[in-house]
Design a protein around this ligand. Structure first.
Ligand code: GDP
Ligand code: IMO
Ligand code: MG
Length: 425
């Protein structure tokens, strides 16, 4: 069997959690392959609204295997909180969650280093989630990281060496006052380690390949989005992992020829949290209307999300990088109120229009729009494609024609039920 991959095509928060939860019944195994608690994946069903950070979004379905792959970075403090809040909802996941020995750990000092680094950058800060993501991946690539498998032996010495280095950095380089906060965090962190030890910590790359050989079906769940990819995103305003499809290979130990369908998910408009370029951003009342209708506030940090029109130049770039085979369009209902809807089909710089995502997206890049008629219909109660207003069908067809691939799902609300599978016959 092959691994299907579902990943974000924009700047994150496309609705990955919701769709993974909806698709999970079709799969035996759900796995996360990169990112960490910078992710906030929201699921809504049976009057439950829940946000997952590190744990795969398949966890609410019975008899599924969930895997946290080697490419993920884990913060034991956040992990413990996630487990506790799942328990409160009545879900004990200790038997169906597997964690890679090779996943790197976010140390308490990584979080402090993230804060210190952002503070030092001042106005040019990334707007990180302050979860310690950048410093943890930096240590991984610098070959100084601590992995989940390390907690099984001689852990204290390894921990102390890392922490001592970080303390020097915090004190001497960043002049960051860390002592009190570190002491407090360490207590929770070590409590989290004890909890982690009670989970199944395994060589997930072997497990995954064995499961595939046995004929099990698998969905890999991306975090963040393609435009936040460390190599191809709007660098340096990106996250620190490969969010693209190739990240599923390195983040799970799956060979490229074992990748099956690539499900690319996007909002019917566009949002971004944190700093960095965003050509179609609307800093006016239309942007405010999108934020209000879409409840666009960060699932992890609560920050207001920047909002704008759908950007097909960026989307085409994402489709290319990921080899997307099917598109999933989210939050169509958020556009219900608009008389007309704009879609960016080109970037203009000094009178020249391009359809290619450029090396640098600076302020001189202006979006070229086409304007499509809105549907002015409440989509949230719709149960099948037959009920779609003509304007919505046209909006979807326009995107399909531009991208050259089909839209297979349209989402019309945050709930599991508000998901329409499109018939392509
Ligand atoms: P993720 O990080 O990609 O999983 O996305 P987030 O959970 O951060 O953000 C998506 C937000 O939109 C969440 O609050 C979802 O509950 C919500 N959502 C998902 N799909 C839809 C939809 O079709 N319509 C509306 N109105 N909200 C949606
Ligand atoms: P999900 O999985 C949206 C953004 C941050 C910041 C940049 C770097 O929920 O879609 P980091 O903490 O990773 O060093 O921050 O990336 N960012 C996200 N934006 N959704 C996410 O995850 C994000 N994870 C990181 O806002 O701009
Ligand atoms: Mg999110």
């Amino acid at each position: 069997m092959k691994v299907d991959v579902l990943l974000g095509l924009q700047w994150g928060d496309e609705g990955k959690g919701k769709v993974v939860d909806v698709l999970t019944p079709q799969y035996d195994v759900i796995s996360r392959f990169q990112g960490g608690p910078n992710a906030g994946h929201t699921l809504e069903f049976n009057n439950i609204k829940h946000v997952l950070h590190t744990i795969p979004s398949g966890i609410f379905r019975e008899n599924k295997i969930n895997i946290i792959g080697n490419g993920v970075v884990i913060d034991p403090i956040v992990f413990q909180k996630e487990i506790e809040s799942l328990k409160k909802l009545g879900f004990d996941i200790s038997q169906n969650l597997y964690i890679s020995k090779k996943a790197h750990m976010i140390l308490p000092t990584h979080r402090l280093l993230d804060a210190a680094s952002e503070q030092k950058k001042g106005d040019s800060k990334i707007g990180s989630t302050l979860k310690g993501i950048g410093p943890t991946y930096k240590d991984k690539i610098g070959r100084e990281g601590l992995r989940v498998g390390d907690i099984l032996s001689d852990f204290e010495t390894k921990y102390k060496t890392r922490i001592d280095n970080h303390k020097l950095l915090l004190k001497d380089f960043f002049q960051f006052d860390y002592e009190k906060i570190l002491t407090e965090c360490e207590v929770d962190w070590f409590r989290g380690i004890e909890l982690l030890k009670t989970f199944k910590i395994v060589d997930t790359e072997h497990m995954i390949n064995k499961l595939l050989q046995e004929g099990k079906t698998m969905l890999a769940e991306g975090a963040q989005g393609t435009l936040l990819d460390i190599d191809f995103g709007s660098y340096p305003f990106v996250t620190s992992s490969n969010t693209i499809c190739a990240g599923a290979c390195t983040g799970l130990g799956v060979a490229p020829n074992k990748i099956g369908k690539v499900l690319g998910i996007f909002k019917a408009y566009c949002t971004r949290v944190g700093m960095g370029p965003f050509p179609t951003e609307l800093l006016d009342e239309t942007g405010d209307a999108l934020r209000k209708a879409g409840h666009e506030y960060g699932s992890t940090t609560g920050r207001p999300r920047r909002c704008g029109w759908l950007d097909l130049v960026a989307l085409k770039y994402s489709v290319m990088l990921n080899g997307v085979t099917e598109l999933i369009m989210m939050k169509a209902d958020v556009l219900d109120q608009f008389e007309t809807i704009k879609v960016c089909v080109g970037y203009e710089t000094d009178g020249t229009v391009t359809e290619e995502f450029p090396f640098e997206l600076n302020d001189s890049v202006k979006p070229v729009y086409v304007e499509l008629p809105g549907w002015k219909t409440d989509l949230t109660k719709i149960k099948s494609q037959n009920e779609f207003p003509e304007e919505l069908n046209n909006y979807i067809s326009f995107i399909e024609d531009e991208m050259g691939i089909p839209v297979s799902i349209a989402s019309v609300g945050p709930n599991r039920e508000q998901t329409i599978f499109l018939d392509k016959e």
